[in-house]
Design a protein around this ligand. Structure first.
Ligand code: AMP
Ligand code: MG
Length: 327
């Protein structure tokens, strides 16, 4: 048995080999791997004991479901009871890629993965290392983001190591994540697709494929349709300010991130080329700020078009209340 306690005694192996990582996961162990969105923390999706180890390693609340990652589209069949036309069209358009599709689950998928929901979220990632790994594993892999619960999602293998060294069997190394924010989650179990979490695939893009797609209402969230939204995610140790006036004089140990030129007087800053680059940089920047003891992080507001919606969603949650509404 590989409990987290037992794993605490071994050093987490860092490997560049999908085959090595695949062997460990097939033994029932927990392995982190790169994807185009953020790094994932994987275990065998159809093995309940393996899945529970993910929750242990992360300290994740058991009411927050995991996304099931697959290396080939045929694998969807064994995971679901029903495959609506809308879901097939979204798969045609956006898979492999940063879109998670929620569908009525089959009885092969346990409550441990879905947190007791009657649906399962499935994604076929596009990252070549992720695909190589998932294809060698050959069976579905459940994987949330590879951070300790409540910490920013990791966009590099070093960030995974920072959070989970000694708690997981291995980290499969890859480059920095290209998207830098988690996948878009769209629920196709009802009459029309509903976006439960904004991500790299925007509502506008989804609507081009399935016209009626809408974003989640307050009622959807309150009915527990999107459990992830109830939790305070993405919380760096510093205070995060979004959308307010930047102060005439920054307090000591302030940082700034945004598009264009950084203001003067901050201890650390990141000027991004555009909104996409800002999204890619955000979580990495939060971690850098922690490394040098930043106390306040000022984040520029962006328009909620395209990936801007996902970026503003993550910023709001990081700020957890200190954000001013944007138009
Ligand atoms: P993470 O991989 O850490 O970003 O977490 C996965 C997120 O996907 C959860 O927090 C949920 O918001 C969402 N999710 C996964 N499965 C489902 C599902 N069956 N129904 C609704 N949302 C889901
Ligand atoms: Mg997460």
């Amino acid at each position: 048995m590989h409990s987290v306690k037992k794993q605490m005694r071994v050093r987490t192996r860092i490997t560049a080999s999908p085959a090595v990582a695949a062997r460990l996961i097939r033994e029932g162990r927990v392995v982190a791997f790169p994807t185009e969105t953020v790094y994932g923390l994987g275990a065998l999706a159809l093995d309940e004991r393996s899945v529970r180890m993910i929750f242990d390693a992360k300290g994740r609340p058991a009411d927050n479901p995991l996304i099931v990652h697959i290396g080939a589209r045929e694998q969807v069949k064994e995971l679901v009871r029903k495959l609506p036309k809308s879901a097939e069209r979204l798969m045609d358009a956006f898979w492999p890629g940063p879109l998670t599709i929620v569908l009525p689950r089959s009885n092969r998928v346990s409550d441990a993965v879905t947190a007791g929901l009657d649906t399962v979220g499935i994604r076929l990632p596009s990252h070549p290392v992720a695909l190589a790994f998932l294809r060698v594993v050959g069976v579905p892999v459940a994987a949330p983001s590879a951070n300790r619960s409540g910490r920013p999602s990791p966009t590099s293998w070093q960030a995974v190591q920072q959070d989970l060294d000694g708690r997981i069997a291995a980290i499969l190394k890859g480059p920095r994540s290209r998207v830098g924010l988690e996948s878009t989650v769209v629920d196709c179990s009802g009459r029309v697709p509903v976006v439960l979490r904004a991500g790299a695939v925007s509502l506008e893009e989804l609507r081009e494929v399935v016209r009626g797609t809408r974003s989640a209402s307050r009622a959807d969230v309150e009915q527990g349709r999107s459990p992830g939204l109830r939790h305070r995610h993405y919380a760096p140790r510093a205070r995060v300010f979004v959308g307010g006036e930047t102060p005439a004089r920054f307090p000591a140990r302030s940082a700034w991130i945004g598009v264009g030129k950084a203001p003067r007087g901050v201890a650390l800053s990141e000027s991004c080329r555009d909104v996409r680059a800002y999204a890619r940089a955000l979580f990495h920047f939060f971690r850098r700020c922690e490394g040098v003891g930043i106390r306040q992080i000022y984040c520029q507001t962006v328009s909620t078009r395209g990936i801007g919606a996902a970026l503003m969603d993550r910023l709001r949650r990081a700020a957890a209340g200190s954000v001013k509404p944007v138009g």
